[in-house]
Design a protein around this ligand. Sequence first.
Ligand code: R5P
Length: 314
Amino acid sequence: MKLISGNSNLTLSKAIAKKLAMDLSSAEIRRFADSEVFVEIQENVRGEDVFVVQSTSSPANDHLMELLIIIDALSRASATRITAVMPYFGYARQDRKAGPRTPISAKLVANLITTAGADRVLTLDLHAGQIQGFFDIPTDNLYAVKNIKEHILANFRGDKDAICVVSPDVGGVVRARALANRLGNVPLAIVDKRRPRAGVSEVMNIIGDIERQHCILFDDIVDSGGTLCNAAEELMGRGAKSVSAYVTHGVLSGDAVAKIDATEALSRLVVTDSIEATEAVKNSPKVEQLPIDTLLAEAIRRIANEESVSSLFD
Ligand code: R5P
């Protein structure tokens, strides 16, 4: 078995390698003068079970291209099985035709990964579980909910009875309910969010009783931060005791971290390290990273040993 990393999140790749008590395989990834990606795998992979760790985080297209070219290089070097380990699967929000003459880019990306030569995919908290069906190769979708539950229980130890999980939009209800159930069937509330246009969100209503509750906003992606900041302000305005947010993928584009730091209504944002922390994240007094290396390493170990991955979710 071999582990190779793209450039998107070397910190996480090294942490996974450490958990598996192995080194990252040596591969040179560089750019031609015109920015084309060039990859050279610098050790023999013939007959190997190879795992390529790469999130398609910003710059999304460069990181996606790196992943595809690494897979192509491995496939031409006769690796027996290639698993694309994508802690963050970008383009996932484009999972349906959002309007006339628009693409389904998540499906296109799935096709590209398969065509490049991947035999299977391992990912984390896909934006929509159905995206697994976009791949005609085995796809394991892990969940960060267990790690998140433990963080919440450790931080609200004395106040567990006043916790309410809040889905920041109707599409996230199943995810939020899973967390509420794991926390011991705590109450659930839903934000009725509208998007007048891409990148802009508005809170229309809150469904559920959140008064005097510690509200936990639970989402898969925080990008501009608009969804979380708007929801936090509305929840505090309606009498919540506090608002914290737990989100699997900290995309945090542009001035998202500054916006979150400046929003008094939001006490804390916890994201996993599926995406490498920027300087803004590292310096933020409010944003915290929750390590996900143990979960990914264990899933890789189980795949390599042909053991059950789903039992990791129990
Ligand atoms: C949307 O369906 C996702 O689950 C997130 O709620 C969304 O991507 C967050 O975006 P932003 O932080 O830009 O409001």
